[in-house]
Design a protein around this ligand. Structure first.
Ligand code: 16G
Ligand code: MG
Length: 485
């Protein structure tokens, strides 16, 4: 390592005295003005990670939907996954090291993670449209160059596009071409073929807008999507990640039944999934459902256990993962199967595989998947919405002195500490019908989140308020106690 270069460049990206930041649910996030040293150091870390795994690593500068003055940075692992959790700790150590200790911390990481500094490093960079993002990605480049790494700066891209590009690069093009054109070509081709297949069967289908028009929105870095519409009475209906997972599961389950393979399919959700979505998936659709901790990496990891793993957070992050074995079998059926219906179903599955971004939830790709399914099944947005009715729910947040006093278990559905909190929540939940409530410290903001659902909106609101009071009293709430909703 060129110690002189490290000293020189880290002095250009000084760490504000006393500032400590954590690698949170999805990387670092903070006010942009506090992040220059962090992104420089994440450039270093990306270089180290690349050397450690002998592959290209991605680094994305974005704070997604946060306010414009915020920013953030997250790392992408070789196959387009989130940075391996064992490295999150190194990221935090590096981000918080005193300047004169940087070299020592890097050497320690190299020892612990068996990094050979003589190896090459290659890093792909992307950023969002924030005014601070361009400058911050220049600092990332400084970090990469200190370690002698190569980089390719893709400039303005969505987060999932960067994940896609990293995966393409490390699979020697097997997943697609590592360019933006390659991404658009792959998705548009799969979408056109999927739609064509359905339209060839029935000309009455299409993408015509119905009276109650469906709309969709992406979040700041396009890794989340939700649908919505206004009904004729003017009421707003939100179609969240749970309903997206349900629609995709229905479609895939039908196709899987047609190809008659023994594929294991499951849906992965978090505690925020609406209780009625879980019930519908398990009881009506008869698909196994698993609950994991909040954060894409946890859902992604669990979904990898199945041949077809559909995962979505209620907030709209999600995708579908196909096991290598299932993908190979499906592609083989398309080529060799004599039975027409079976082969056609396999072909649809094949196009679904190509249309879905399996590296990470991708709003563009998810939208095309949903539009194709609605068109192929001839479903209106209202029919989709009516698959089940969401249980009324309420999400609140409160500030406490130190949110780490709340420790959870059972995929965040139960609180282990502070003492007495879970017992109190259990007692409150008992007062209402179809009720459920849990609390967890946020991984992206300095708050504790409270979720409650119940048979009516009034009850969901009352339960959420009562639980927030319990958190306030037992976990050291700041300021005035929370008011009723
Ligand atoms: C991040 C996560 C998201 C999660 C959210 C929870 C990724 C890419 N994003 O945005 O999955 O739902 O954090 O935020 O993992 P919270 O911890 O503040 O509730
Ligand atoms: Mg986002």
């Amino acid at each position: 390592m060129d110690s002189e270069a490290l000293r020189k460049y880290s002095a250009l990206h000084p760490r504000p005295a006393g500032l400590t930041l954590q690698y949170g649910t999805a990387g670092f996030r903070s006010k942009a003005e506090q992040l220059d040293h962090v992104v420089f150091r994440m450039g270093l870390l990306a270089g180290l990670r690349s050397k450690a795994v002998t592959a290209t690593i991605g680094i994305m500068v974005t704070a997604s939907h946060n306010p414009e003055e915020d920013n953030g940075v997250k790392l992408v692992d070789p196959l387009g996954e989130m940075l391996h959790p064992s490295w999150e700790e190194y990221a935090t150590q590096l981000a918080n090291a005193e300047e004169q200790e940087l070299q020592k911390v890097i050497t320690e990481i190299c020892q612990k993670a068996a990094v050979n500094l003589h190896k090459d490093a290659s890093v792909f960079i992307g950023r969002d449209t924030r005014p601070s993002s361009e400058r911050l990605s220049q600092s990332v480049i400084d970090g990469i160059q200190v370690l002698g790494g190569q980089y390719h700066d893709y400039g303005l891209v969505t987060t999932p596009q960067l994940h896609y590009m990293v995966c393409c690069q490390n699979t020697q093009g097997q997943y697609g071409k590592a360019t933006l054109e390659g991404y658009y070509e792959k998705l548009s081709k799969a979408f056109m073929e999927l739609i064509k297949q359905g339209l060839a069967r029935s000309t009455s289908l299409g993408l015509d807008m119905k009276p109650n028009e469906r709309c969709c929105s992406f979040d700041g870095d396009a890794d989340r999507i939700v649908y919505y519409y206004k009904d004729t009475a003017g009421h707003f209906h939100l179609i969240d990640g749970d309903k997206i997972a349900t629609l995709i599961s229905i479609f895939l389950k039908e196709l899987l039944a047609k190809v008659k393979q023994d594929f294991k399919m499951a849906v992965v959700q978090t505690a925020y999934a609406n209780g009625n979505s879980t019930r519908y998936l398990q009881e009506t659709l008869k698909v196994p459902v698993h609950c994991v901790k909040t954060g894409v990496k946890h859902l992604h990891h669990k979904a990898q256990e199945f041949d077809v793993g559909v995962y979505f957070e209620a907030n709209g992050h999600g995708t579908v993962l196909f096991s290598k074995a299932a993908e190979t079998k499906i592609r083989q059926l398309v080529k060799e199967e004599k039975d027409n219906e079976k082969r056609e179903a396999a072909k649809m599955l094949e196009n679904m595989i190509d249309l879905i971004n399996q590296t990470v939830g991708d709003a563009v790709s998810d939208m095309l998947v949903i539009e194709a399914i609605l068109a192929l099944k001839g479903l209106t947005v209202q029919q989709w919405d009516a698959l089940y009715a969401d249980l009324p729910n309420r999400l609140l947040k409160i500030q406490v002195a130190d949110r780490r006093v709340i420790d959870t278990t059972d995929a965040e559905r139960r609180a282990l500490t502070p003492p007495g909190l879970q017992e109190k929540i259990d007692a409150l939940v008992k007062k209402y019908k179809l009720s459920r409530a849990f609390v967890r410290p946020s991984g992206t903001e300095d708050v504790v989140r409270i979720y409650a659902e119940a048979d009516t909106q009034e009850n969901a609101d009352a339960l959420a308020h009562e639980v927030s009071l319990a958190v306030f009293h037992l976990a050291g709430g700041k300021g005035a106690p929370p008011q009723p909703i």
